[in-house]
Design a binder for this molecule. Sequence first.
Ligand SMILES: [Zn+2]
Length: 372
Amino acid sequence: MEYKLVCTKCGAEYDRKSPAFRCVKCASILEVEYYYDGFRLPKGFRRRKPSQKKYVPLLPLSRLSATMGEGGSELVAADGLRRIIGQSVRLYLKVETENPTHTFKDRGSAVEISKAMELGYREICCASTGNMGLSLAKYARAHRIKCTVFISKDGNPKKIAKIRAQRARLVKVDGDFNDALLQAERFATRRGAFLCGDYHYRKEGQKCVVYEIMEQVGRRAPDYIFVQVGNATLLAAVYKGLVEFKKFGLIGKMPRLVAVQSDQCAPLVTAYKASRQVRYVRPATAADAIAVGFPTFGFEGLEAVKGTNGCAVSVDDSEIYRAMGLLKESMGIGAELGGATGLAGFLKMNAEKPSAFKGRTAVVIVTGNNED
Ligand SMILES: [Zn+2]
């Protein structure tokens, strides 16, 4: 789809060929703004099976040249969890661990690497807590693009080994994810590398997960979608995808979005509850994939929750461990802690107030599985 790049804060416009990742005037993040007027969905759109490729007309690309078969993940009924969740709620799991590097990140990587290639870049870099670095390293290697990953020196050793195995250059940063982010942004500017990560193009790739959910549930449109929050890109992307599907007349009502974080790193949940802006917290959760003290898409994440009349909930790390165990034992689905956080949020809210979910449909996105 035709688009322009716009600053989310001051409205400054950028050429779509611009490598800018933040506004040069106010340092805010940019947004892909489409020209929806006059846009028509391709013929036979509704009949085609959900997949990342199917949604290319809704992306800022002419072709998805860097695809590795991401997307098209299963949406499964969580019947194995009936004993715990009761009989009156319909719960579905969107199994994003089926992607090539076992996380939803691959959807964003396919779009970012395709865009980098379209703009003629042969080198990329990113900051990562692990999963994004692994995903980008794999996609970059497959397309002969040089890749540098900035990661906290306290990052998950198993993920670091997996990134190394993809032959990416690894830079360990003395600090947390936000320190790594700063270094990656400086490196990109200095080297003229294409900066990948939680920015506007990745968000576009990640919105496809909710297109798929809405197509896969069919007539039983979900009342709730539970999304774990690290950098809040997925949450912001899911909201954008829903707004677009509504605009195109593909869905009626909007599901409520529930943001879930760990108690030990909950800047978005705290901001939501206190009705204020997101402030930095020092991440201390064992769920490394969502250990982000200051989410890049924090503001947009809050908008997603408010705009759908949703809510934000935090769970203890022990509740995340329990959800991870249940996914494995009752559903046969492997997930890492961050990947099981959305389910932990659902289980907590359902246990506290089962009547809120009586006769309702809820979807939980199981985001990743890279800890073993
Ligand atoms: Zn600006």
